[in-house]
Design a protein around this ligand. Sequence first.
Ligand code: FMN
Length: 190
Amino acid sequence: MYVLALNASHNNNGNTAFLLNEVLKVCKEGGAQTELASVHEAVMDTKMPFCVACSSPCSKQCYKDTKLDELFEKVKKADAVIFGSPVYFGSMTAQLKAFFDKTRAVRGDKAWVGKYAAAVSVGGSKYGGQERTIDHIQSCCLVLGMTLVGNSSELGAGHFGVSAHAPAVEDEYAKTQAKVLGKRILESIG
Ligand SMILES: Cc1cc2nc3c(=O)[nH]c(=O)nc-3n(C[C@H](O)[C@H](O)[C@H](O)COP(=O)(O)O)c2cc1C
């Protein structure tokens, strides 16, 4: 079992990283190999951080042999992927949207179809758009054919993923829901 968490914040030690690690902790305790990776560093390693539709189908030329190429391969190997993003203007960060925009070739190859996907989000405001951010991430996952996992498990019923209010370390409800999501991911992988 390999569970990969993708941090869409530029901050490797921020709220999003904290929340993703809370989910990973449970997965690790359940026997999974876990890893936390930076979407920001991967996208910034490409020749052009945004998809400019330079060829159709996508030739991968902007990201071939970059950290993004490596990250796409890691996702391919993972049994489940947890996407984590801070709320930026009511949605995911530009880095994560750029990441998804660069998956046209992945989608064409059906490389991630059926792979489990979950989402977590942290906002500076209590109701700052965390659920919308999760919704937007899940839309991208569905376009890739991924199978969505929410935070409902034998530990309790939840909703769409984990929404947290920064500082996430003080958000007790979110920390509980992160455990539920981790458990659900393990149950899904089987
Ligand atoms: C450009 C920008 C836009 C933001 N927009 C929102 C927002 O719409 N809603 C919200 O609750 N917080 C918003 N925030 C606050 C971040 O979501 C918050 O600081 C978050 O905890 C950062 O996560 P990190 O510590 O993982 O980087 C915004 C922050 C930035 C820099």
